[in-house]
Design a protein around this ligand. Structure first.
Ligand code: LLP
Length: 437
């Protein structure tokens, strides 16, 4: 894919040397709302959802996409996906609460927590949320909570750890014997037997192998293992699965030289084996589920930032910007690459190599290392791409810097969907004991 196609896939193009995003002039947006600023393109979220849904529909009608809320839990993002017909995957009570506040009905939510507390279970049971357990030890506790509140048991599922994982960084690989997630093959029969004995009648099964998987081949082995585990459970326990959930993890091309995830291979390695399983075991029509976060939201968003300082320390050039790892932590935390481009390239020819760095008082506050960019000057604006997943949600007020605003572009109109925090927001949960007043 050539560079301008790669950009236009993400809703970006230069018009008369000014960067446009979702048909809006990025300099105008930065000037109106200030920086740093997360800018979300509504249409992109819809497009990614629809194209993925089409791929699934063509293979198997009874499919469901559960958007992984952790990637971006802004109410407007959730409402957009809800209006497209998505379901939702939540990892905490807070995410479930946010979904409910966004008007999402409880039956569209699955709660895949880990290290569940009884408070989590109570919250789920009282809000009629389906729970996907992560440890055998949690089953009895969940049953007790159902009984305490006299609620009819919803179905149950377990997260399986298929031992083959993948991800863009070792911290985002979620399968393997030494990884905290899910239950290993040896415990699966016991888990479902006990669930049956406890009176559950509806069952699902789930795996998630990791996050940021751009090579579709990585989905092959875990899917094979997962399916072999499902076969064993069916043979031993005569369980009928209502849904089979292959998790999220679908990656996106963060670098211009990367191609989008090969969905054809994904189909062959995940959907086809699922269809074979359904056929060979006569499973009827279980729901084929996946739960992507990044794939649906990452490319919908740019982070606009302004350069405040160009420092030439005689050894290298630094472009100091007003976003830091408080705003976007992925480069610092995972050494992740986010492409960075100028909002205005008028009259700029010569390229220089810059470290694009934030204002946080740590040397690790680097958003882009050794980036070749046309000569930058103080006051210029930059766009940091693909920040719609694990961007704002992982931001913090570190160094007492309030978190930024978020705006949404729809049909060439810009809406503020989150105001920037104020200094008072930073302080208003604190209490001062009497002796310090
Ligand atoms: N399902 C489960 C059970 C998960 O744990 C996750 C992500 C997903 C789905 C969605 O994964 P996705 O499709 O977005 O790859 N902060 C990291 C990513 C951590 C993901 C954790 N779990 C990052 O910035 O790359």
């Amino acid at each position: 894919m050539n560079y301008s196609d790669w950009l236009s896939r993400k809703g970006l193009e230069y018009r008369k040397e000014i960067l446009y995003f979702a048909d809006k002039n990025t300099l105008d947006i930065a000037n109106s709302y200030g920086t740093p600023l997360y800018v979300i393109n509504e249409q992109m979220i819809r497009e990614r959802y629809r194209s993925l849904k089409n791929v699934l529909n063509l293979e198997y009608r009874n499919n469901q996409i559960n958007y992984a809320v952790k990637a971006n839990s802004n109410l407007s993002v959730l409402k957009i996906l809800n209006s497209e017909g998505a379901s939702f995957d939540c990892t905490s009570m807070g995410e479930v609460y946010t979904c409910l506040k966004a008007g999402i009905s409880s039956e569209k939510i699955i709660f895949t927590g880990n290290m569940f507390t009884d408070t989590d279970f109570t919250f789920a049971v009282n809000n009629d949320i389906f729970v996907n357990l992560d440890s055998l030890s949690q089953l009895n506790r969940l049953v007790r909570v159902y009984e305490t509140f006299g609620k009819e048991k919803k179905g149950i599922s377990f997260r399986i750890n298929p031992e083959f994982g993948a991800g863009h960084h070792k911290h985002t690989i979620t399968a393997g014997r030494d990884i905290k997630f899910g239950i290993l093959e040896e415990q699966t029969i016991e888990a479902y037997r006990k669930a049956k004995e406890a009176g559950f009648e509806k069952f699902g099964i789930h795996q998630h192998i990791g996050s940021g998987v751009i090579n579709a081949l990585d989905f092959g082995k875990p899917a094979e293992k997962f399916i072999s585990i499902i076969e064993k459970i069916i043979e031993e326990l005569d369980i009928k699965f209502e849904f089979i959930d292959f998790g999220g993890g679908l990656g996106i091309p963060y670098r211009p030289e990367e191609e989008p995830l090969d969905l054809e291979s994904y189909k062959n390695l995940v959907i086809k084996p699922f269809l074979d399983l359904v056929k060979s075991k006569g499973l009827g029509e279980p729901i084929f589920k996946i739960e992507p976060g990044r794939y649906l939201s990452a490319e919908s968003t740019i982070l606009l930032t302004q350069i405040n300082t160009i420092k030439d320390n005689g050894f290298k050039l630094f472009a100091g910007v007003d976003a830091g790892f408080n705003t976007l932590i992925r480069p610092t935390l995972y050494n992740s690459y986010h492409h960075i481009i100028p909002c205005d390239i008028k009259g700029k020819e010569q390229e220089f190599e810059y470290d694009v760095v934030g204002p946080i008082c740590e040397s690790g506050d680097i958003l882009g290392k050794a980036r070749k960019l046309k000569k930058l000057k103080e006051g210029d604006h930059l766009a940091i791409l693909d920040t719609g997943a694990y961007g704002f949600v992982m931001s913090s007020p570190y160094n007492s810097r309030p978190r930024p605003a978020e705006v949404l572009i729809n049909n060439e109109t810009v809406y503020e969907i989150r105001r920037a925090e104020t200094f008072d927001d930073l302080l208003n949960t604190q209490k001062i004991p009497d002796h310090l007043k």
